[in-house]
Design a protein around this ligand. Structure first.
Ligand SMILES: Cc1cc2nc3c(=O)[nH]c(=O)nc-3n(C[C@H](O)[C@H](O)[C@H](O)COP(=O)(O)OP(=O)(O)OC[C@H]3O[C@@H](n4cnc5c(N)ncnc54)[C@H](O)[C@@H]3O)c2cc1C
Length: 396
């Protein structure tokens, strides 16, 4: 039996584990975090690729894992609706996907508190070494260890995240905490508000317990704000623990004076959007970065998901691309069992092309909204993996 070692047990890693297991591989997942990852995420725009494993296997249908909206709305500064068009996007949460996907996997093969420190590429195999010195090898190592990938940094040391010049402030708030007017203004829509060098969006997602009933869900918001490199970004990314965090500050870790500044600035947002920001107990911050690898296969190591291409969030397909990379990997390996290296080369060719195309589209969307000021009120959203629009769902 072929054996795969998967580094990273988030959505990319679990998807890879499930699809490889299902084609008959012996799979082990090594996840750095020792504590449960559940409950740490916020909102995700669902894409057919993201939901594929759960839907194809009858584990959950779309109505159990996501909330639909009917409208894409752009609000003006005074909260009037400047544009409203119908849309068929569905929204989920990182926690919902993680919980359902992990539920499909054998927990004894999902090792938490296991951090990979090094990787060796051998002839026809690869081996990782954990921080505790354990060596674990297989026919294939799958690096699904995210934006700051250790495996990538060992094999492709020239690739590093590049700061895009802005951050995403994020948060979630329970719908029941909102005023009636705000709930009415936001609950059926994905809502955007464009500002000079900034924009904010909000959409409903399942509650932490999975509830998707309107009125009992959460609102997820993301507010993109430009912050200069150097002292300003260093100060923002220095957490309440006094440490400069490289890429994100989780809920509760942002210094109080930055949260206060955010809440003050939120007074200038359209009322309903201002309210969801100020009502959020612990807003958190994510640096927007670009990562793009020139190769996704090095010997018997393949690099997927955010470890390969960290996409700016504007096309809303980071998770979809990770899931697609994983699914395509299993399809490639399944169709070419005798020639693993040939199968990996085919996979790499396809996924590099996809990653490059979607990365260019997300960069363009970010630059147009944050720097060029050319994102117009009423524009259709650039959501999509292979092409704009393929994130939409028909009626469930
Ligand atoms: C807890 C959590 C919450 C998230 N919440 C959201 C969200 O709300 N919205 C959103 O759009 N995206 C969220 N993301 C990011 C999202 O999952 C990714 O952008 C996308 O799904 C691609 O996933 P990935 O598996 O490639 O990378 P990631 O999701 O970044 O996962 C990488 C995984 O690898 C593990 N890891 C890193 N280094 C090592 C190592 N050396 N050894 C072993 N394991 C390692 C990490 O702990 C992590 O679990 C979240 C990620 C995590 C980990």
């Amino acid at each position: 039996m072929r054996r795969a070692v998967i580094v990273g047990g988030s959505l990319g890693g679990i998807n890879a584990a499930l699809w490889l297991r299902d084609i008959g591989w012996d799979v082990e997942v090594l996840e750095r975090s020792a504590s449960p990852l559940e409950g740490r995420g916020a909102g995700i725009v669902l894409h057919p690729a993201t939901a594929r494993y759960l839907v194809d296997h009858g584990v959950a249908d779309l109505t159990q894992i996501s909330a639909p909206v009917d409208w894409l709305r752009y609000l003006g500064a005074d909260a009037t609706v400047l544009s409203q068009t119908s849309c068929r996007f569905r929204f989920t949460s990182w926690t919902t996907l993680y919980r359902f996907l992990l539920g499909c996997f054998d927990r004894s093969r999902y090792r938490m508190g296991t951090e990979v420190a090094a990787v060796e590429v051998e002839r026809g195999a690869a081996t990782v070494t954990t921080v505790s010195g354990e060596r674990i090898g297989g026919d294939l190592v799958v690096a699904a260890d995210g934006v700051s990938s250790t495996v990538r940094s060992r094999l492709l040391p020239d690739v590093a995240p590049r700061y895009a010049g802005y951050v995403g402030w994020r948060g979630t708030v329970g719908e029941e905490q909102l005023s009636t007017d705000t709930f009415r203004a936001l609950h059926e829509a994905i809502t955007y508000h464009l500002m000079p060098a900034s924009h904010i969006l909000a959409y409903p997602i399942p509650n932490v317990d999975g509830t998707v009933t309107p009125g009992r869900r959460q609102f997820n918001w993301v507010w993109y704000r430009n912050i200069a490199e150097g002292a300003p970004i260093d100060d923002l990314m220095t957490g309440a623990d006094g440490r400069r965090h490289p890429l994100s500050l989780p809920p509760g870790m942002v210094q109080t004076h930055h949260v206060d500044e955010l809440r003050t600035a939120a007074k200038h947002l359209p009322g309903p959007l201002g309210e969801i920001v100020t009502e959020t107990a612990e807003p958190f911050v994510q640096l927007i970065v670009d990562v793009a690898v020139p190769r996704m296969v090095v010997g018997r190591v393949c690099i997927l998901g955010d470890a390969a291409f960290a996409l700016r969030p504007h096309a809303a397909v980071g998770t979809a691309k990770a899931a697609e990379d994983a699914w395509q990997l299993a399809r490639a390996l399944e169709s070419n069992t005798g020639d693993l290296d040939g199968a990996l080369a085919n996979w790499e060719d396809k996924q590099l092309r996809l990653g490059g195309q979607v990365a260019a589209r997300t960069c363009d969307a970010g630059n147009r909204s944050q720097f060029d000021g050319t994102w117009q009120v009423g524009e259709p959203l650039p959501f999509g993996l292979y092409e704009v629009g393929d994130s939409a769902f028909g009626p469930p």
